[in-house]
Design a binder for this molecule. Sequence first.
Ligand code: 8DG
Ligand code: CA
Ligand code: CA
Length: 518
Amino acid sequence: MHRIRTTNSDPEKKRQKKMNAFISPTTYEIKFHELVLFILEKKMGATRRTFLMDLARKKGFRVENELSNSVTHIVAENNSGSDVLAWLKAHKMEMTTQFELLDVSWLIECMKAGKPVDTKGKYLLMKNRVSLANPDPTAGTLKILPPAVKAISQYACQRRTTLSNHNQRFTDAFEILAKNYEFRENDGRCLTFLRATSVLKCLPFAIVSMKDTEGLPWIGDDVKSVMEEIIEDGESLEVQAVLNDERYQSFKLFTSVFGVGLKTADKWYRMGFRTLSKIRSDKSLKLTKMQKAGFQYYEDLVGCVSKAEADAVNLLVKEAVWTFLPDALITITGGFRRGKEFGHDVDFLITSPGAEKEQEDKLLQKVTNLWEKQGLLLYCDLIESTFEDLKLPSRKVDALDHFQKCFLILKLYHQRGDRSKWEVPAGSNEPEVKNWKAIRVDLVVCPYDRHAYALLGWSGSRQFERDLRRYATHEKKMMLDNHALYDKTKRIFLGAKTEEEIFAHLGLEYIEPWERNA
Ligand code: 8DG
Ligand code: CA
Ligand code: CA
């Protein structure tokens, strides 16, 4: 093994050796073999370093006393990336492997999690992995290599995509283009930009030059030309043109109304409408029940639902559902399960281990009746179940599922803590101020034995779901949807009690919900 090459008279090394003598000789089991840590003493101090080394070892990390070729992660405190490089250079080492330079906050997160966490942008002291390739140990030349990213899969279900997006300037632009292609019903080009968005969102670094995109899937010529513009000029003319396009602006506005899809938006646009107020006041337009509700509660619905509001709705749902099915399991799904702070609605999956089919079938009707009595139900669209036990999973990647569900608008009263700001002072003649907010809520009920499949299907993101199904079909000769997984070779349904089991059936590493933000 190559060791740091330093002269024997190096006082730093002598001191290091002395310190190492104090490090607890206790050996701990190494749990995470893929990482080898070295903690830099400079500016951290020997006591804290010893403490952190010991703690990390207790948690199953391999921590080296000395810097060697096997080190993969160097952790430093109060040092910039260039500080650390200067230190390494000053210590005249000969190393050929690459390693990452990380701030101590990364190590602390790992200690909290009890396992290695992503070396995300904010922890990295150097965006690129570093290699000290030094044929002449006295010269100490440093060479920065391109980011060593593991080959990135073309399938979102083989990538870990958290909410920390280092490439938002590109993905925002792609999302605008994708939306515009969706409005123009150009599904192919829409998908091109959605897939590119999804790939860039999983990268642990920010792209600064086109060289950084080498080897990435789904980055074709159209995507590249937008990226090049953004890198060179800070913005893309194509994106600017879309943002200024009247049709795009109108479609964006019209589809922001609950119940308005592409067909209606197109109709209104061709009729010459450009604003919502004109549509609202036109008595000759026939609106669906859903669109009427969409206009009635527009201001509330267009503002996002916060995590705190989702938690308040969660209490409402639990209280109502448990009145009729005390053993029901109720899970928030959708974006909030993936850790998002805001969403456009709140999604829930409900199942009960003990309920008879009849009880299950009547649940949503009972719950919505209760809310209606309580004056909380502003809109309700209940869809009956068309679920059949032995139905083969759908072949379509975007198929809707067959479970019983309801799309709702609920009245959520402001909580006591923030209600005061709405309260009218005593004796005031002002009209009473609205003390509630309309919230979109989706409830889905599934049979207990399908819970894992329904949970996986309703947790999203949409891109993640699409790629799970595409992966099952093309890589495994299996069919997956929100109800089941069918192995076409063996001609059997594969049961699963947990999401982990579904990933295992598919031969995939488990991806946590908060890593599914593809
Ligand atoms: P957001 O609300 O935070 O904006 O995003 P989201 O929570 O990820 O999106 P969503 O539109 O609420 O959808 C949540 C998941 O539910 C998504 O992965 C797609 C999935 N889903 C189904 N079936 C159906 C369905 O019938 N309608 C809708 N709208 N979504 C469905 O699996
Ligand atoms: Ca949602
Ligand atoms: Ca939803």
